[in-house]
Design a protein around this ligand. Structure first.
Ligand SMILES: [Zn+2]
Length: 235
């Protein structure tokens, strides 16, 4: 909230952990919204806390595994695609160094260097295969070869984040049989907090992020409460 001058790092936010943090905040929010729906829906259909606990814990575990598996597969696939592109480019540079050097000079000229400087830089860079690949990766493929992403890290992060979020509406049922009100209250507090936190990454006002998450959570709870009540009276 203070108007202090941002540092270069603040203004160019390339903290490598910020991607993981962002994924964790969104994962926790997913867990919270979905399990609030489960807890309120089953709670509306059932007079005792047993079924709510079973459903809440089952949905927590299933959701966390599903999130982690999805994250792992998508990161793994993306990484394999990038590694393959890098391997093809590396072969090209080894087999057709002249062509690739001329191509890099063109790309650098397209990026604003005058053509003599571009040719000079391309020649310099092409003295070493590693440096050449690095430049071709960035300028031609748009890949940062040093950060292709970690599938296992992403999977573990989203698993833990989902569990943390999904546990929030379940915990009150560990202490009380009629815990729906508490489940809703702590979930709303959690959603508002996560929503406000998300605005660190989206740049919106904190109250807008908090309010939006509250509306999403309230909608999920209202819909599953309605379904739970209808099913509960029907069976
Ligand atoms: Zn190339």
């Amino acid at each position: 909230m203070t108007a202090s001058t941002p540092t270069y790092e603040d203004a160019h936010g390339e903290d490598p952990s910020s991607g993981i943090l962002r994924a964790s905040v969104f994962g926790a929010s997913d867990g919270l919204v979905s399990n609030l729906g489960v807890v309120v829906g089953v709670g509306a259909a059932s007079a005792s806390s047993g079924p709510v606990l079973v459903a809440g814990i089952a949905a927590l575990v299933a959701g966390a595994f599903s999130m982690a598996a999805g994250e792992y597969v998508s990161m793994r696939t993306q990484r394999e695609v990038l590694e393959r592109e890098l391997a093809v480019e590396s072969d090209h540079i080894a087999e057709h160094p002249g062509e690739e050097e001329a191509h890099l000079a063109e790309l650098l000229a397209d990026n604003g260097l005058d053509s003599a400087t571009a040719r000079h830089v391309a020649a310099e860079v092409h003295r070493e295969q590693d440096a050449a690949l690095e430049f071709h990766a960035r300028f031609e493929l748009g890949i940062d070869p040093s950060s292709l992403g970690s599938p296992l890290g992403a999977a573990a992060g989203s698993f833990l984040a989902f569990v943390a979020g999904a546990a929030v509406p379940v915990v009150p049922y560990l202490f009380s049989a009629a815990a729906m009100l508490w489940a809703i209250v702590v979930s709303m507090v959690g959603l508002a907090g996560l929503g406000a936190w998300m605005t660190r990454f989206t740049g919106q006002r904190w109250w807008f992020g908090a309010g939006r998450q509250l509306v999403i959570g309230a909608l999920a709870a209202a819909v599953t409460y309605g379904i739970g009540t209808a099913v509960g009276t029907a069976v």
